[in-house]
Design a protein around this ligand. Structure first.
Ligand code: KG4
Ligand code: ZN
Length: 352
């Protein structure tokens, strides 16, 4: 009987070597993770240059490019790790949330490959991948912890008691933090993706010239709202026009300071509210150095994060997250199912 038809999960006692496939947006990420030896190899192809021309991700172009890049990158990663296809024990692919066409490419390739090799496949939740990526770093948190998930599509504070046991403490009621970075960067004429470019520009900014609000910090709770900051940035741009390079840098700094302050205030609150002492930062915006520094300096507890390359989209986090579930005996039936939206609280617990 094929393993994905197993009626009951059978936790594995031996080591597993898992191929991870990430194609949820504009990056093709492939990695090989071994539960005994760690990350063996990973490769990333970014479509940024292709989408930059349009100022944002064009879903159809993204899907087509994933088709071109996924198999060559799988070959590359296997070659670098001196691993044959026959040595794989499982395949993990991102099944959502994300762009459905882009997700379908990785899911179809991953599922078909697993079927042909007669090994289990596992559909990974992209945000669980981000959430667990800091466990790939040298200094790892231990559960329970509070996670700040800040990406292009999500801003959430999550209580993590175990893999799959997630409680959303608060989230954005409108734009995600990364989305606000990207939109403000666009206003300032910066290339897509705006977050890293805006952060670089902010380094030249003079503090105090513009003052932006710290949304929703004056009331209790852990919800976020970032769409007003974008409007504040637009008003500042209009007031300062025509913009000099210094004006742009000053606005960038004021914007970044507002986001960082807001996130810091809410993270402190989340630790107080839960009584937990560890904060994990994950998702693309967790690569922001100012945010890292502030959280490290100002939070009462310990702050953990993945290396910058594992904060933004990558295959390693998918291979790792998938491996934890595969080790616990979880796997997918033969269907290929992807989800544009997928609440993380719907995930099942891993009782490893
Ligand atoms: O996690 P990610 O790679 O993709 C999603 O799942 O969305 O996050 C991408 C987001 C983008 O909005 C990007 O502008 C933002 O993360 N980002 C940053 C930085 N690096 C990436 N934002 C601020 N500062 C950075 N250094
Ligand atoms: Zn992501």
């Amino acid at each position: 009987m094929l393993c994905y038809y197993r009626a009951f999960p059978e936790p594995r006692t031996d080591a597993m070597r898992v191929l991870g496939i990430e194609t949820s947006c504009d990056e093709t990420g492939i990695a090989l993770y071994d539960s005994e030896h760690g990350l063996l190899a990973d490769a990333l192809y970014s479509q940024v240059d292709m989408h930059a021309e349009y100022g944002g991700v064009v879903p159809e172009l993204a899907s087509r490019d994933h088709i071109r890049k996924t198999l060559p990158l799988i070959r590359e990663v296997l070659g670098r790790a001196h691993t044959e296809l026959s040595e794989l024990d499982g395949i993990a692919y991102t099944a959502g949330p994300g762009l459905v066409g882009a997700l379908m490419v990785g899911a179809a390739i991953g599922r078909a490959l697993a079927w042909s090799l007669d090994i289990p496949a596992l559909a990974v939740h992209h945000m669980e991948g981000h959430l667990l990526a800091p466990l790939l770093a040298e200094t790892k948190p231990t559960m329970p912890f509070v996670a700040l998930l800040v990406s292009g599509g999500h801003t959430q504070l999550v209580r993590v008691d175990a893999i799959g046991v997630y409680q959303i403490l608060g989230e954005s009621i409108d734009d995600a933090a990364g989305e606000a970075f990207d939109k403000t960067a666009k206003l300032l004429g910066l290339p897509y993706p705006g977050g890293p470019a805006l952060a670089r520009l902010a380094e030249q900014g003079r503090p105090g010239r513009f003052q932006f609000p710290r949304p929703m910090t004056d009331r209790p709770g852990l919800a976020f709202s970032f769409s007003g900051l974008k409007t504040a940035a637009l008003n500042a741009v209009r007031k300062a026009e025509p913009l000099s390079e210094q004006d742009k840098a000053d606005i960038a700094l004021a914007f970044e300071a507002a986001v960082v302050d807001t996130l810091t205030i809410k993270c402190r609150r989340a630790l107080q509210q839960t009584g937990l002492t560890q904060l994990v930062m994950a998702g693309g915006v967790a690569a922001n150095q100012t945010l890292r520094l502030r959280l490290q300096q100002e939070l009462p507890g310990q702050v953990f994060y993945a290396p910058p390359a594992l904060c933004t989209d990558n295959g390693a986090m998918i291979a790792y997250a998938g491996c934890q579930r595969l080790l616990a005996g979880q796997s997918e039936p033969l269907w290929i199912r992807t989800r544009a939206r997928w609440p993380m609280t719907e995930l099942s617990a891993v009782n490893g």
